[in-house]
Design a protein around this ligand. Structure first.
Ligand code: CP
Length: 318
């Protein structure tokens, strides 16, 4: 059994660990397809309770963690938003977490903004933490589910050329995917407004495409991102409007005519229709957006199972 670990960034995962998680996620998926439940593991007898704390809004991440926990037989206590918490009375986010920690949950799942220093705070907690998205910095479970969605095609990861399109600079999905995809052997390129491109020195092995058509010509995976207007204002686009953005960088059926016929179109959600893509793009047979969401349940189940089993009191469920 491995030692307990937190998942704060994709750098916390070895390739061996990633492959183990993918193998468990595949098993959960095939079991669920056959029997509408996970047969392999059931934590009910261990009476484990997880604390989900979401300081920022979420639909997919929060609900797929919950779905995965319930299917594993885990219990969940949840702080779904700041507005129904004592933060409205002036309590700090740090005090909030320390108080929940005092209730002795078995695992934390935390989403937070850049002002909450997860890297510094997680080691102060008595149990492991999973980062469910931290500011513009990291979203490791999104990268895991994205990478698993490519991995389950059974094509070698080294054959994937992934073009990340849009607001790369402010995207935690992009930064986590740079690390994970490259670690697994895929090539990564980016395309978007110059002001939203990442610092080249931080990501030296990433190809930069100024024109979307050139990027789509190179890639066989197109990962489209939302513009993170909650993290910067529209002025950062240096374009007159969101419709000009759509004209230059929006992924449309017209643009996708030249894209690899076996290519894969991804988006982590939520989507702003008519901005980063047109609604018709979602109907393209190469589009796997809802498969990504489904795979989020299996990969998060695999991760929670692994972390709980690796912690001291996890027990061995065989
Ligand atoms: N992809 C993602 O993190 O979506 P939510 O913000 O809805 O969780």
């Amino acid at each position: 059994m491995s030692s307990p670990y937190s998942l704060l960034t994709t750098k916390d995962l070895s390739k061996e660990k990633i492959l183990h998680l993918f193998s468990r996620a595949s098993l959960f998926k095939s079991e669920f397809k056959k029997s509408n439940q996970f047969l392999q593991k059931n934590f009910e007898s261990l009476n484990k309770t997880l604390a989900f704390v979401f300081f920022e809004n979420s639909t997919r991440t929060r609900m797929s963690f919950q779905m995965a926990a319930y299917r594993l037989g885990l219990k969940v206590i949840s702080m779904d938003s700041i507005t129904n918490s004592s933060i409205t009375k002036g309590e700090s986010q740090l005090d909030t977490i320390l108080n929940i920690d005092a209730m002795k949950p078995d695992l934390f799942v935390i989403r937070c903004g850049d002002s909450f220093n997860l890297k510094e705070i997680a080691p102060q907690l008595s149990v492991p933490t999973i980062n469910a998205g931290s500011g513009a910095t990291a979203h490791p479970t999104q990268a895991l589910l994205d990478c698993f969605t490519l991995y389950e095609t059974r094509r070698p990861m080294s054959q994937f050329r992934v073009l990340i399109v849009g607001d790369v600079r402010y995207s935690r999905v992009a930064s986590s995917n740079f690390n994970l995809l490259q670690q697994m052997g895929a090539e990564v390129g980016v395309c978007g407004p110059e002001s939203l491109m990442p610092d080249q020195e931080k990501f030296p092995h990433v190809k930069v495409f100024k024109k979307l058509d050139e990027g789509l010509d190179w890639a066989n995976v197109c990962m489209i991102l939302r513009i993170q207007l909650e993290r910067h204002d529209a002025g950062s686009l240096k374009l007159p409007s969101l419709s000009s953005y759509h004209e230059i960088f929006g992924v449309t059926p017209e643009r996708l005519k030249a894209f690899d016929s076996d290519g894969i179109i991804m988006h982590p959600g939520p989507i702003n229709h008519g901005v980063e893509l047109s609604t018709e793009t979602l109907k393209d047979p190469r589009c796997v957006v809802l498969n990504q969401v489904e795979n989020g349940v299996y990969t998060r189940a695999a991760l929670m199972e692994d972390i709980i089993l690796s912690s001291n009191n996890g027990g061995n469920l065989g």
